[in-house]
Design a protein around this ligand. Structure first.
Ligand SMILES: [Mg+2]
Length: 171
């Protein structure tokens, strides 16, 4: 199967996403990656700005779900604070986690958008499922070894193919 690396939307960060437009397109479920999407890898406390954003989104009737390849205890810290569903050790880009979410919430793929900072996990995973995929720039360059390897691949990919141009955002 040919891999689809291209995000549906590319924006600077989670604060730059046009959530109204997503809503107009009938999207109700927002699947957020955690590390380097919501906060940097080392942060243990949810940034106030993110907390406010998620509360606003909840008021707008979006359902927030955090899907992270990180560990249970790290993810739980954030989902507990936000009172949202969370999936740790999600193994993106494998699609099991998305299927689990669809089944548990009894939702359609068309109602979901997945937001993340990595093409090789967040974007490929969502694209495999035909979920609207939103790429954001990473918050920090402090990353795990695995992510660093993914970044090398990502940079090579972006050099080879005009998928996105860093810093040239969609909206
Ligand atoms: Mg990430």
């Amino acid at each position: 199967m040919k891999r689809n690396y291209k995000p549906t939307i590319y924006v600077k960060d989670i604060y730059s996403i046009n959530y109204k437009k997503l809503k107009d397109n009938h999207i109700k479920y927002l699947l957020f990656d955690l590390d380097n999407t919501i906060c940097d890898n080392k942060t243990k406390v949810l940034p106030v700005k993110a907390y406010d954003l998620f509360n606003t989104l909840k008021k707008e009737n979006f359902t927030i779900i955090i899907i992270s390849n990180s560990w249970y205890f790290r993810v739980r810290r954030f989902t507990k604070k936000l009172k949202v569903q969370g999936y740790s050790f999600a193994l993106k880009p494998f699609t099991n986690v998305y299927k689990k979410i669809i089944k548990k919430n009894n939702i359609n793929i068309q109602e979901m958008a997945a937001i993340g900072d990595q093409i090789y996990t967040d974007i490929i995973g969502a694209n495999k499922m035909n979920i609207t995929s939103v790429l954001v720039d990473r918050i920090s360059n402090k990353e795990s070894i695995l992510t660093k390897i993914n970044r090398i691949r990502e940079n090579q990919l972006l050099k080879k193919r005009a998928i996105i141009r860093r810093g040239v955002y969609d909206e």
